[in-house]
Design a binder for this molecule. Structure first.
Ligand code: ZN
Ligand code: ZN
Length: 299
């Protein structure tokens, strides 16, 4: 439940003016407003599962988005039942939306790529919880390789617009009629950034796969290690479990979220301490915290 001192788990990823939102717990739209990210750029809402703390914020979010002019289509990803949940609420509450909503529900045998657009793809898979819960991995498409000016000069390509076109991946024609393709002047494609979002789960194969070599992993860190039994019974992880997953999966960095409401801010130091025994680059997430994910250096 949302507490006065801690909101529910929800992660917004902003990339080039688009927002991809993972989970919408109760009151989610209030914090989204506080972030000033805006609601119009919301393009995808990926819901992990149909427990209230992850989806009761959906109707408020959809209503808020209907208050802006021409917000554009929205895709909702989620477990079986997410469409019925949203459409049922729309019918009963009779709220109007001024944009189209397309749904994609996870099912056994469905492709691992849940969504794709011009900048990212989102992968998904079933985690290990008390009900079907999905983990997500957002991958930015690879970027073109680094432009090599000396190669361009060797090929007598005049600097200026032609360089720009090559950098953007277009073949150009030189004054002498010769064609130059981007691969003649660009290095190998550079990998895009990757994020994993996986809460309400215990470690399983899918979790490791979704977390593999990500730049940033948002993981369930609901309990302290001393409450392992409870974590197991409720289908959650301790910070110790989560840090171990991040470390073994080769994540560059991990942020642990979805802390049990029983713990207060004073306990956070113990959380960090326990997690860092397993993985150095881990921290506890806080409401409204933001992270900038740099591109990795390509040697
Ligand atoms: Zn749950
Ligand atoms: Zn939960």
């Amino acid at each position: 439940m949302p507490m006065p001192y801690r909101a529910l788990a929800s992660v917004a990823v902003r990339l080039e003016g688009q927002i991809y939102l993972f989970d919408a717990g109760e009151g989610c739209q209030v914090n989204l407003k506080k972030t000033k990210l805006g609601i119009k750029p919301l393009r995808v809402l990926a819901v992990s599962h149909l427990h209230g703390d992850h989806c009761l914020g959906v109707p408020g979010l959809l209503m808020m988005r209907a208050q802006v002019t021409d917000p554009g289509p929205l895709t909702i990803l989620g477990p079986p039942g997410i469409q019925r949940f949203v459409e049922g609420l729309r019918e009963v509450l009779a709220f109007y939306v001024n944009y189209s909503i397309s749904f994609c529900e996870w099912n056994e045998g469905i492709p691992e790529i849940a969504y794709q657009d011009e900048q990212v793809r989102i992968l998904w898979g079933p985690l290990k919880h008390t009900t079907l819960c999905l983990g997500y991995r957002l991958e930015e498409h690879p970027r073109p390789g680094k432009f090599n000016p000396s190669k361009a000069k060797t090929l007598s390509i005049p600097s200026g617009p032609l360089w720009g076109m090559l950098q953007q991946g277009h073949t150009v024609k030189l004054a002498d009629g010769m064609n130059v393709s981007p691969d003649q002047v660009l290095g190998p494609p550079r990998p895009g950034r990757k994020i994993c979002y996986a809460v309400d789960t215990q470690p399983n194969k899918t979790l490791y796969r979704l977390c593999q070599n990500v730049d940033l992993a948002f993981l369930d860190g609901m309990f302290l290690p001393e409450h392992q039994e409870e974590a197991d019974a409720k289908g959650h992880m301790t910070v110790d479990d989560a840090a171990r997953v991040a470390s073994r999966a080769g994540a560059l960095r991990a942020v642990l979220i979805h802390i049990s409401p029983r713990y207060t801010e004073e306990d956070m130091e113990r959380f960090v301490e326990a997690a860092r025994q397993r993985f150095e680059r881990v921290e506890m997430g806080a409401d409204l915290q933001s992270f900038t994910i740099p591109y990795r250096e390509v040697l």
